[in-house]
Design a protein around this ligand. Sequence first.
Ligand SMILES: Cc1cc2nc3c(=O)[nH]c(=O)nc-3n(C[C@H](O)[C@H](O)[C@H](O)COP(=O)(O)OP(=O)(O)OC[C@H]3O[C@@H](n4cnc5c(N)ncnc54)[C@H](O)[C@@H]3O)c2cc1C
Length: 380
Amino acid sequence: MLHQTDQFQEIRGAVRALCAGFPDEYFRKIDAERGYPDEFVDALMRDGWLSAMIPQEYGGSGLGLTAASVIMEEINRCGGNSGAVHGQMYNMGTLLRNGSESQKAQYLPSIAAGKLRIQSMAVTEPTAGTDTTKLKTTAVRKGDRYIVNGQKVWISRVQHSDLMILLARTTPLAEVKKKSDGISVFIVDVKQAMTTGMRVRPIPNMVNHETNELFFDNLEVPVDNLIGEEGRGFKYILDGLNAERTLIAAECIGDGYWFIERATKYANERVVFDRPIGKNQGVQFPIADAYIEVEAANLMRFKAAELFGAEANMAKYLAAKASWEAANVCVQTHGGFGFACEYSVERKFRETRLYQVAPISTNLIYSYVAEHLLGLPRSF
Ligand SMILES: Cc1cc2nc3c(=O)[nH]c(=O)nc-3n(C[C@H](O)[C@H](O)[C@H](O)COP(=O)(O)OP(=O)(O)OC[C@H]3O[C@@H](n4cnc5c(N)ncnc54)[C@H](O)[C@@H]3O)c2cc1C
């Protein structure tokens, strides 16, 4: 809301104060250089914002998903790009829910203290695409190690992470009863892996999103790094998706408000034909329309954070759509200046576009709703 009042004002205020130290020019420069916002990420980690969902017993602040989503929203609403950091907030969930006590004790306090980065999760593969159970990366047990071979694609923040959650098949597809069985989750030490069997090839892309192809050639992962039970990894990853989707929805909401605020400001200031362009209903109605859509999506986002169920997918769908529509309106309102890097509109426009494709594409949300909520026949 443009005049937002909720019980998270303290968090909003503190995150905004931090973000004020990283204005448009900071992110514009990083974007132009295709760099990584190290100072920004360090500041967020230092102040504990990214450990919001880690329980207090492990050194986190033990805030709920709603509060965590407010943090992500505020980053984007202030003009930043939470895509550089969001993994640190939710990737640890798999470890927290499914890891052994000793794994949790080993990693979580350092993650909470900002000393260990767990920014990466490696699921997507070039041939399997969205059909995750067809993934071809294998992890074969040999004594006290698993030997990993295969390939991943679009794996983000690997070069800015110490740990990576890896999904690999431990039992061949032909030997399992259900296609989702036989897949396991591992925690991988990134730096070590990069010298012993994991090759990283960056993918230049539309947004300044550090994302990579990964090639595994007999990478050895200690058995102790298996999370939970062998063969149940697909379920573990699915269990974490509601949190991920809700946080992404909040990021889109933040983007949406940013676009609307910028569009409104520009429409009030820019004078053409002797009057502010915002006086024309052809300019103001699309902004009002985008605002209504963002507000509606925001309600679903709060519902999703509270219920932790199917609403997460729907909130992500609505928020990604609303932020993209707001982005379009913002560019249109700015006319030619919508394309000028100086206004940051074109950067945010590119950044928010991603969320209709990743971490789940719109069609797959339709498919989930159609089959799981409406009981329509499975199409694949
Ligand atoms: C910048 C970026 C960062 C990413 N970061 C990560 C990451 O950190 N870790 C990770 O594991 N992955 C990551 N991804 C991958 C992302 O999750 C996938 O790109 C996304 O899930 C879509 O998968 P795909 O690209 O293989 O598309 P495909 O599965 O090839 O699908 C292509 C298109 O076809 C549609 N489609 C496919 N099948 C159907 C069907 N049956 N019915 C209707 N439509 C269908 C899809 O909706 C999509 O629009 C990232 C992607 C990008 C672009």
